[in-house]
Design a protein around this ligand. Structure first.
Ligand code: ADP
Ligand code: MG
Length: 665
C-alpha cells in the first residue's frame, strides 16, 4: 500500500476551494459526471485510432445514491486509470493545480479575476464529502486495478484493487451539511440541471430501493398491460351496445395514459444528442417545438427559432427561440442556457449573450469557451466579444431575411417581437444598423409601414413630422380628425416606444415625433380668421372661461375648424408632455401637476369658433347657462385626453344632470 500527503498546502487549499471556487455546491455533480463522459470520449477516440477494440457493451454512466449510507457513487466504463495515472492526474496534477490557483488567488482581489483552468474538477467532491474513494481499472489489459482513498482532502492511501471491469467508480461519503444530495429527488434535479445533454447515457439507481421490489414492479407492469388491453376491448364493445361510449372511452384513454407513465425498463436521465447538435436540415418543426417545451417548460408554442451552426472561426451551435409573449401581462424575460461541449455552464452569461438576446429563450453550446475554474465566469477577452457579436449578427440576419422574403410572417409576429427588436436597437449599435430598415409601424389603417414610407406619403401634409398614437381610446377624437383629413399616424403604444422615439429622432435628423394630440396642424382649419377676429374671440373666451372655471391661468386658442361638431380640444405640447413623462419616470410626479391644474403644463384649450356652443358662449357672455357650458366644454376636452380627478368628476356628473334637466323644461 502506498500512503502520502497530498500537499503541504492542502489544509489551506480546501477552505479556499470551498469558499471561492464554487459558489454552487451542487456543481460537484457536473464535474464528476463530466469526468466520466471525458473518460468515455477518450476511450472512443482510442478505438477510432485502432488502439482499443470495443467489447460491444454500451458506454454508460451510473449514479447510485444510498440515502441510508449517505453515499453517492459515480460509475463509468470509460478509459479508467492505472496506478501511475492516479498518481499523476489525481495526486499531483490536481494539487499543483490547486497551488497554482492559490498562488494567483493571493494577488487577486475579486472572484471574477480568478481566471484560467486549474484542473480542480475532481476535487470539488470534497465540498460535499468528508471521504472520497476512487476504484479504477484502466483499459490497458495488463494493468492492476487501483483503490484510492482520501479523507478530508489531505492524506491519501492507495492500494491494488479487485475491480474486474474497466472504468472508474468514485464514491462520495457525504458530510453532514450535504446529506441533501443523497435524496433521490434532489440529486436527480441537479443532474437534470447540469447533465441533461451530456454525450454519454446517465442512469440512476436508488440503492435503498430493494432490487426484489423493483423486479416485482416490472412484472406488475407487464401484467397490467395485458389486463388493460383486455379491458379496453371489453369496454369498447360494451360501449357500443350501451350507447354511452364517451365516458368509457375516456376512461380507457386515462388508463392508457397511466400505463405510458410506467417505466418500461431503465431509461437514461439525459439526451445524448441535443437538437442543436443536429444539422438544421435534419430537424423538423415538431422536434424544435418539442425541444422547446422540454427545456423551457413553456407550453405556449414559440413563434419561430434560429438554429446557429458554425465551425469556423469558432465552434458554436445553438437554437434561439422567439417566445410568444403577451406584452401586457408577461414579463419580458427569457433564458439563454450556455453549454460547453454539452455540459451546462450557466444561464444568461452576460459576456457571451448580448443583453437584449436574453429576452429570448435558447441554448448555446460553445466548446471553445475560455472558462475559468468555476466555469461560470468567463475570460472577458476579444474572443468572447466575437462570439457575442456573431450571435447578434445571426439574429439580425434571420429577422431581416424574414422581412424581405416572408413579409407576411414578419408582420404577423411584429406585435410580439417588436419590443425585443426595439430593445436590441437601443442596446446595440450594430443591431440597429442591420435592423433599421426592417423596423415597421402599424398605421391608422392597421397596415404596416416603415418610417420612410410614412414620411414619403405625408410629404405634402406633414413634412418630417411623425404623428403617433399611444392610446387609441383616449386619443380617438384626434384619430377621427386625422382620418377625416386623410392624414396618417403610427401606433406606438408600448413602454419601449418612448425611448425608441428618442432614438429615432437622434438617428434621423429633421424628423420629429408628435403625439397625435400635441398640436393641430393647418389641415384641420377651414376658412382662416383675420388676426383681429382671433384676438377678439380669444380675449373674450379667455375672460369667460377664467370666470366660469374659477382659475387664473388658462391658455385658450381659437381655431375655425372644418368640422363644426368639434367644440373643444386639449392639446399638450410634445415637449411639455415628454418632460412630464420623464419626471414621472424618475419618481418626481406630484410636483406641480395635479391632474386638473391648469397652466404651466403646456396644455392649451382649443375652441372651435365654427361650433354652435362656442358661438353661444361668444354671444352670451353672461347667459344663464354660460358658466355650465364653459365648464362642460372644458371637462369634455379633458375627458378625451385623460381621466378627470375625483372632485372634478363629481362636479361633471352633477353638472351633466343639471344640463339635461334643462332639456325637460
Ligand atoms: P480535468 O477534468 O479538467 O482534467 P479533473 O480534476 O476533473 O480535471 O480531473 C483530473 C484528471 O483526473 C482528469 O484529467 C483525468 O485524467 C483524471 N480523471 C478524473 N476522473 C476520471 C475518470 N472518471 N476516469 C478516468 N480519468 C479520470
Ligand atoms: Mg474534469
Amino acid at each position: 500500500m502506498k500512503k502520502g500527503s497530498l500537499s503541504i498546502n492542502s489544509e489551506n487549499i480546501f477552505p479556499v476551494i470551498k469558499k471561492w471556487l464554487y459558489s454552487d455546491h451542487d456543481i460537484f455533480v457536473r464535474e464528476l459526471i463530466s469526468n466520466g463522459c471525458d473518460a468515455v470520449t477518450k476511450l472512443k477516440k482510442l478505438s477510432l485510432m485502432g488502439e482499443y477494440e470495443e467489447d460491444g457493451k454500451p458506454f454508460r454512466i451510473d449514479v447510485i445514491v444510498s440515502p441510508t449510507d449517505k453515499t453517492i457513487q459515480f460509475i463509468d466504463n470509460g478509459i479508467g486509470m492505472t496506478e501511475e495515472e492516479v498518481d499523476k492526474y489525481i495526486n499531483e496534477i490536481a494539487f499543483s493545480g490547486a497551488s497554482a490557483f492559490l498562488e494567483q488567488y493571493k494577488d487577486k482581489a475579486t472572484e471574477e479575476q480568478i481566471i484560467g483552468h486549474f484542473g480542480l474538477g475532481f476535487y470539488s467532491a470534497f465540498m460535499v464529502a468528508d471521504k472520497v474513494t476512487i476504484e479504477t481499472r484502466s483499459y490497458k489489459e495488463d494493468e492492476d486495478a487501483v483503490f484510492w482513498e482520501c479523507e478530508n482532502g489531505t492524506d491519501y492511501k492507495m492500494k491494488k484493487s479487485m475491480k474486474s471491469d474497466r472504468g472508474t467508480v468514485i464514491t462520495l461519503y457525504l458530510n453532514e451539511d450535504s446529506t441533501e444530495f443523497a435524496n433521490e429527488y434532489r440529486i436527480k434535479e441537479v443532474i437534470e440541471k447540469y447533465c441533461s445533454f451530456m454525450p454519454v447515457e446517465i442512469y440512476f439507481t436508488n440503492a435503498d430501493t430493494p432490487v426484489e421490489d423493483a423486479k416485482t414492479a416490472t412484472v406488475d407492469v407487464d401484467a397490467k398491460e395485458v389486463d388493460t388491453e383486455e379491458n379496453n376491448d371489453a369496454e369498447k364493445s360494451d360501449a357500443a351496445e350501451a350507447g354511452d361510449g364517451a365516458e368509457k372511452t375516456a376512461d380507457a384513454a386515462d388508463k392508457k395514459e397511466e400505463e405510458k407513465k410506467e417505466p418500461e425498463g431503465p431509461k437514461p436521465l439525459n439526451t445524448t444528442t441535443p437538437l442543436w447538435a443536429k444539422h438544421p436540415n435534419d430537424c423538423t418543426d415538431e422536434e424544435y417545438k418539442e425541444f422547446y417545451r422540454k427545456v423551457f417548460h413553456d407550453y405556449k408554442e414559440p413563434l419561430f427559432w434560429i438554429h446557429l451552426n458554425m465551425d469556423y472561426p469558432f465552434n458554436l451551435k445553438g437554437i434561439l427561440y422567439f417566445p410568444k409573449i403577451n406584452t401586457q401581462y408577461d414579463k419580458l424575460e427569457g433564458t439563454i442556457k450556455l453549454y460547453n461541449n454539452q455540459v451546462f455552464v450557466a444561464d444568461n452569461i452576460k459576456e457571451v449573450i448580448p443583453e437584449f438576446l436574453m429576452l429570448l429563450k435558447g441554448c448555446i453550446d460553445c466548446p471553445d469557451l475560455p472558462l475559468n475554474v468555476s466555469r461560470s465566469a468567463l475570460q472577458n477577452d476579444g474572443f468572447v466579444k466575437k462570439i457575442s457579436d456573431y450571435i447578434t449578427k445571426k439574429v439580425a440576419d434571420k429577422l431581416t431575411g424574414m422581412y424581405k422574403v416572408h413579409k407576411e410572417d414578419y408582420e404577423k409576429y411584429w406585435d410580439d417581437i417588436n419590443p425585443f427588436i426595439k430593445f436590441g436597437c437601443l442596446k446595440d449599435e450594430k443591431f440597429l444598423e442591420k435592423m433599421k430598415d426592417a423596423v415597421i409601424f402599424k398605421n391608422l389603417k392597421g397596415e404596416y409601414t416603415t418610417l420612410k414610407d410614412y414620411l414619403e406619403a405625408g410629404k405634402e401634409k406633414y413634412e418630417n413630422k411623425v404623428f403617433y398614437v399611444t392610446d387609441p381610446v383616449a386619443q380617438s377624437q384626434y384619430i377621427n380628425m386625422f382620418k377625416n383629413e386623410e392624414m396618417d399616424a403610427l401606433y406606438m403604444d408600448q413602454t419601449i416606444d418612448s425611448p425608441f422615439i428618442t432614438l429615432l429622432e437622434q438617428k434621423n435628423e429633421n424628423v420629429h415625433f408628435y403625439r397625435i394630440d400635441a398640436d393641430l396642424t393647418d389641415n384641420f382649419v377651414g376658412e382662416e380668421l383675420s388676426e383681429e377676429t382671433v384676438k377678439e374671440y380669444t380675449d373674450s373666451l379667455t375672460e369667460t372661461f377664467k370666470k366660469a372655471l374659477g382659475v387664473e391661468n388658462i391658455t385658450i386658442k381659437v381655431e375655425s375648424l372644418k368640422n363644426p361638431d368639434i367644440s373643444s380640444l386639449i392639446t399638450l405640447s410634445e415637449e411639455s408632455r415628454r418632460m412630464q413623462e420623464m419626471m414621472k419616470m424618475y419618481g418626481m410626479a406630484g410636483m406641480n401637476f395635479d391632474a386638473d391644474m391648469f397652466g404651466g403644463k403646456g396644455e392649451t384649450l382649443v375652441l372651435n369658433s365654427n361650433n354652435d356652443l362656442v358661438k353661444y358662449v361668444l354671444d352670451n357672455k353672461d347667459g344663464e347657462h354660460t358658466d355650465d357650458i364653459c365648464c362642460q366644454l372644458y371637462d369634455l376636452a379633458v375627458l378625451a385626453n385623460r381621466p378627470l380627478a375625483p372632485e372634478a368628476m363629481t362636479r361633471f356628473v352633477a353638472r351633466s344632470n343639471r344640463l339635461l334637466t334643462v332639456l325637460t323644461k
